[in-house]
Design a protein around this ligand. Structure first.
Ligand SMILES: [Zn+2]
Length: 192
């Protein structure tokens, strides 16, 4: 048995990881803790061997989450259920495929406040609740990769490049999205 240290708890809290999402991997090899963590929905292993920087929190693939904090956010996000949405900007002539854990309308509201991608007229065309929505969002982005429209824009005074916009017909976006959904999820699509 291993225990989480106070420093671990501070780190987890800072990154929004609940103690319920951690897994005591003492005595287990990576090939052993990975499937168990996946089955139990755990994201962070402790009681693991230290990384070369002396940390002992790893994701289920064995990557040190203190050296590579992005790895944990990525893993959690891809497994979250949530809303996938398709939005379009008539001004840009582009569509946007995105994921929101709880409120796609709020996401688009903020996109229009910020001028996401250089547009202030984003409108949601459809939403659907899906399991593993983060992973499905990534799969849709990959299947639309030929249409990816990168646009530099300014958020809060800082230049960023959007990678969620695509220069294709709405119907092509819908097809790409539907091909990632289960039959039950397809029934849940809400068109606007
Ligand atoms: Zn480390």
């Amino acid at each position: 048995m291993a225990r989480l240290t106070k420093a671990h708890l501070r780190y987890l809290e800072h990154h929004g990881i609940d103690v319920d999402e951690t897994f005591d991997a003492s005595g287990l090899k990576r090939a052993e803790y990975r499937p168990r963590m996946k089955a139990e929905g755990k994201f962070v292993a402790y009681g693991v061997t230290k990384c070369h920087n002396g940390h002992s929190l790893r994701n289920r693939y064995g990557t040190c989450i203190e050296c590579f904090p992005a790895s944990i956010a990525f893993a959690r996000r891809s497994e979250m259920s949530g809303y996938l949405y398709l939005a379009k900007s008539a001004d840009l002539g582009l569509i946007k495929v995105g994921f929101s854990g709880d409120d796609p309308d709020n996401r688009i509201y903020i996109a229009n406040l910020e001028g996401y991608g250089g547009a202030w007229d984003w409108q949601i065309c459809l939403t659907v609740w899906a399991d593993h929505a983060g992973a499905k969002e990534i799969a849709v982005h990959q299947s639309l990769a030929d249409f990816r429209a990168e646009r530099a824009w300014i958020r809060n005074g800082a230049g960023i490049v959007s990678r969620e916009m695509f220069d294709c017909e709405l119907a092509a976006g819908i097809d790409a999205l539907m091909s990632q959904l289960t039959a039950r999820e397809v029934q849940l699509i809400e068109y606007r």
